[in-house]
Design a protein around this ligand. Structure first.
Ligand SMILES: *[C@@H]1O[C@H](CO)[C@@H](O)[C@H](O)[C@H]1NC(C)=O
Ligand SMILES: *[C@@H]1O[C@H](CO)[C@@H](O)[C@H](O)[C@H]1NC(C)=O
Ligand SMILES: *[C@@H]1O[C@H](CO)[C@@H](O)[C@H](O)[C@H]1NC(C)=O
Length: 456
């Protein structure tokens, strides 16, 4: 426990002061590619904006901040269901479904869409923004049958046929690779069965996009089960990453300290766990980010910095809800696997070290994912200031995808958007979701005679 606190503290310290002091800075020699150099943006007004906003909203507390996605959905008139499926390697996954609401009642034949969240989150990340602005409810209102995946290891999908997530370290022996080859096929088939559609749509953010790309590369028949995929900042090529979390983490990747950290954390990091905060600072996690508490820097930088967001696009009043919805459990092997791909500047399978690689892959180095296998129409969305999936790495990805599958590459219109802003930026509904839903409606209208938009 002490080591966990120490590690968290070091990472937090690095986040707050690292850039200035350059401690733990990765030596460039161990990175194959140079970090991307972002265009400069002016963030000097952040602190003032934060203080002004908190001053105006001192007593505003979002009553939904601590409620679950099921509760919030039902209280707002949405039909909310929960489905379990067991993967071929024994993981029991829970997928949520919002098949309708007041604006678009449930009916058979609505196009089905599966949403895959990012690292260290859960499906609740799709409702981090207020109800009229988040992607899950906007899609439901626009006539889509919305399915929300929960990664193995997240609090909603922690079951297993024989392993106990709390006791068995073996449960945590997976990265986004297994999410792609086991979880995605199981969940996609379940959505097809229940919705009655042969093919479904898919949206993935960050690691959700990673596991999708792995799934359609490694499991060829998946390509025939998906109409089209829309990936927001998919974390495939990462050689240009410069985000503070991985900046602090990279120096231990592929070193003995990595194995020590794995043993100490028992394979996962509880991003949601308020115990660490209460032990270190004497207050609870959710109190920490209430308007009254010490804010504008400490809470915001320390907590949300893990996800890399743009402060100028943050509604500070909304932070308690964002923190509560965006944070879940991080499986360490995914962090390490991402770290390896940052170092190698390639999109490769997990690196077990040369001896084990030889046994598993028949080669000293792990093989690259074969993106040439992808046949399903694919759309990429990227942002200029993304510190994890940088514009340079989007170019690398684009150059490897089959041109016949790649249907569109969209740069988000706001120059200041960062990685997590796809789910937390206050204007994401206007800047990203509206045009995205319109694009998907068009695609659906092309493949079906039934219009997707049933709101009239
Ligand atoms: C789904 O699985 C979880 C355990 O992983 C269990 O608690 C829950 O009751 C199951 N739900 C259904 C509908 O079977
Ligand atoms: C921030 O969120 C609060 C609470 O949801 C809302 O009242 C306010 O209008 C929002 N501010 C902006 C600038 O979006
Ligand atoms: C829909 O079909 C038209 C005509 O074939 C095409 O021009 C358009 O690009 C298609 N739209 C989408 C979103 O696939």
């Amino acid at each position: 426990m002490k080591l966990v606190i120490l590690t968290t503290f070091l990472i937090g310290f690095q986040l707050v002061f690292g850039q200035r002091l350059s401690i733990f800075r990765t030596s460039d020699s161990i990175r194959t590619c140079k970090p991307h150099e972002p265009l400069p943006i002016d963030e000097s007004k952040d602190l003032l904006a934060c203080q002004r906003e908190l001053g105006a909203n001192t007593n505003v507390k979002d009553p939904e901040a601590d409620k679950s996605i099921g509760q919030i959905s039902v209280e707002n008139g949405y039909l909310f269901e929960s489905y379990n499926v067991t993967t071929t390697d024994g993981y029991i996954l829970t997928t949520f479904r919002i098949s309708g609401g007041e604006k678009s009642p449930a009916r058979r034949g609505k196009p089905a869409i599966l949403l895959l969240h990012g690292l260290g989150s859960s499906s609740e990340a799709w409702i981090a923004l207020p109800n009229d602005k988040n992607l899950a409810y906007m899609l439901a209102d626009a006539g889509w049958d919305v399915w929300l995946g929960n990664n193995r290891g997240s609090t909603f999908s922690s079951g297993h046929t024989s392993l106990n997530a709390n006791r068995d370290l073996r449960y945590w022996d997976f990265s986004f690779h297994e999410m792609g080859i086991y979880d995605l096929p199981a969940v996609v088939d379940q959505v097809r069965d229940v919705s009655g559609h042969d093919k479904i749509f898919l949206i993935g953010h960050s690691q959700g996009g990673t596991s999708y790309l792995i799934g359609v590369s490694e499991v060829p028949e998946l390509n025939d089960k998906i109409h089209a995929a829309y990936l927001m900042a998919p974390a495939a090529f990462l050689g240009g990453a410069y985000d503070p979390f991985f900046g602090a983490f990279l120096p231990i990747v592929n070193t003995p300290i990595q194995d020590l950290l794995y043993a100490v954390t028992r394979g996962r990091i509880q991003r949601k766990n308020p115990r660490i905060l209460s032990t270190v600072f004497g207050i609870q996690g959710h109190e920490f980010c209430q308007p009254r508490s010490l804010r504008c820097g400490l809470c915001d930088t320390y907590l949300l910095g893990l996800y890399s967001f743009n402060p100028t696009q943050m509604n500070y009043t909304n932070i308690p809800r964002v923190v509560s919805k965006q944070f879940n459990i991080d499986n360490l092997k995914s962090d390490i696997h991402f770290g390896q791909n940052i170092l190698s500047c390639m999109f490769r399978k997990y690196d077990y070290g040369s001896r084990e690689n030889l046994r598993r892959y028949g080669a000293v180095d792990p093989p690259e994912y074969n993106l040439g296998q992808i046949r399903t129409p694919l759309h990429l969305l990227w942002t200029e200031q993304d510190a994890l999936v940088t514009p340079t790495d989007i170019r690398r990805l684009v150059s490897r995808l089959p041109p016949s599958a790649l249907r569109g590459v969209f740069r988000v219109g706001d120059d200041t958007y960062d990685h997590a802003d796809f789910s937390v930026a206050r204007d994401a509904n206007v800047v990203i979701y509206k045009p995205l839903i319109q694009m998907m409606n068009e695609f659906w209208n092309n493949v079906s005679l039934t219009p997707a938009n049933t709101t009239s």
